[in-house]
Write a protein that binds this ligand. Structure first.
Ligand code: GMT
Length: 375
């Protein structure tokens, strides 16, 4: 059945915003009416689709407020859009503030409006430890009509940390195979000044401390001692300056390309040979999946949802956090053993297409919506 769905997320660069936006786009393609209710146009919301609407949450500044009331404005906007457009449900990404705002909106609209909350990680693995926020996160989860999380590990962590019995469904993140596949980019490689004979190691993140970008750079130093290679660092964030200093200090300037935030991720993945994702917190690791879909084996940390995405010794390797030497050795092995690299690349593509295909995951969300709305 075609439904009217409101979606709220953090619209800026980041896995949760990407997943929420891609989900909205795919639901719209399938004929559902999708209303994005966010502070700005989500950055991946590009193609035109008559089923997609955007409602901007504009927070007015009043001198009586020390802090602009974003959460209240969002709740009010959600309620207004839900009433006007007769939405069936609000699918919100992150418990705080989005689930809380949706619950408030539901109180304004009435019980027929359902609230679906997807947990992406940081609200549990970081904010969940903050005593000032734990209670409200728990409230947001328990009062939602349906809660999903992006990995089994996140489900487990949420239940343990917040002491909640609320059923939480795992719905994995996904990639759209029409966008994420290995492309022919031999010319592009040359435009980046990367030689035909050079291997490419890639890392994509928001350069927060938890991503352990210095570990990536230190690993690359060891890799480069054995293999002719370049390191692509994609993304930006608090540790970008630290990364620059370390690159200089380790005399790697000529072999590291710091590209900042980039839009054409499938093309950049397609010129890469191995991805490193060595975070100390990662509920899923969407970038690992994006790499796999483009035939790039990933070496990831044994943390959070990463081992649910990467199959150790099959699509990549799982290493312990901080094991720089071990990661470097695995990377060198993959970059120098052509047969093994081909096997891992093929297995990565297959896994992305079977376990994490957008078609399958979007259907899973649709089935959950239907179950909820027919209760
Ligand atoms: O990783 C981040 O810092 C960004 C964060 C977000 O809100 O986009 O990512 C979280 O959600 C992604 C999409 O579900 C997951 O792939 C990331 O693993 C998760 N990040 C963390 O758990 C640290």
């Amino acid at each position: 059945m075609k439904r009217k769905i409101g979606i709220s997320c953090y619209p800026t660069v980041g896995g949760s915003g990407v997943v929420a936006t891609e989900l909205g786009k795919l639901l719209a393609e399938k004929g559902h009416e999708v209303h994005f209710i966010t502070s700005s146009v989500p950055f991946r919301l590009e193609p035109v689709n008559p089923n997609i609407y955007f409602h901007e949450v504009e927070v007015n500044q009043y001198s009586v407020f020390k802090y602009p009331p974003y959460d209240l404005t969002l709740s009010s906007k959600m309620a207004e859009v839900a009433k006007r457009q007769e939405l069936d449900l609000l699918h919100v990404h992150y418990a705080v503030p989005h689930a809380i705002c949706a619950i408030l909106a539901k109180q304004m609209v009435g019980d027929s409006l359902k609230v679906v909350t997807t947990l992406h990680g940081t609200d549990i693995t970081v904010l969940g430890y903050d005593p000032a926020l734990a209670e409200i996160i728990k409230f947001g989860i328990e009062k939602s009509d349906l809660v999903t999380a992006v990995s089994d590990d996140l489900v487990k962590q949420t239940k343990t940390l917040l002491h909640t019995e609320k059923p939480i469904e795992t719905v994995y993140n996904f990639v759209d195979p029409r966008e994420y596949y290995r492309k022919d980019v031999s010319e592009l490689k040359a435009t980046y000044g990367i030689g035909e004979d050079e291997k490419v190691v890639v890392h994509v993140s928001n350069f927060r401390r938890v991503k352990r970008v210095p570990d990536i750079i230190r690993c690359f130093r060891i890799i480069r001692e054995h293999v002719k290679a370049k390191l692509l660092l994609i993304g930006d964030g608090p540790d970008a300056t630290l990364a620059c200093h370390l690159i200089k200090e380790l005399d790697l300037k000529d072999d590291v390309l710091m590209l900042g935030n980039q839009k054409h991720i499938p093309e950049l993945m397609s010129l890469s040979d191995v991805m490193l994702l060595l975070s100390e917190k990662e509920s899923f690791g969407l970038v690992a999946l994006e790499a796999m879909a483009c035939g790039v084996p990933v070496i990831g940390a044994n943390i959070g949802g990463i081992p649910e995405v990467i199959v150790d010794e099959e699509t990549g390797y799982i290493c312990e956090i901080g094991d720089i030497q071990g990661v470097a050795q695995k990377a060198i092995e993959l970059l120098t053993n052509k047969r093994r690299h081909e096997m891992f690349a093929e297995a990565s593509i297959n896994r992305a297409a079977t376990v994490f295909s957008s078609e399958q995951i979007v259907r899973q969300y649709e089935d959950l919506y239907e179950q909820l709305l027919s209760e």
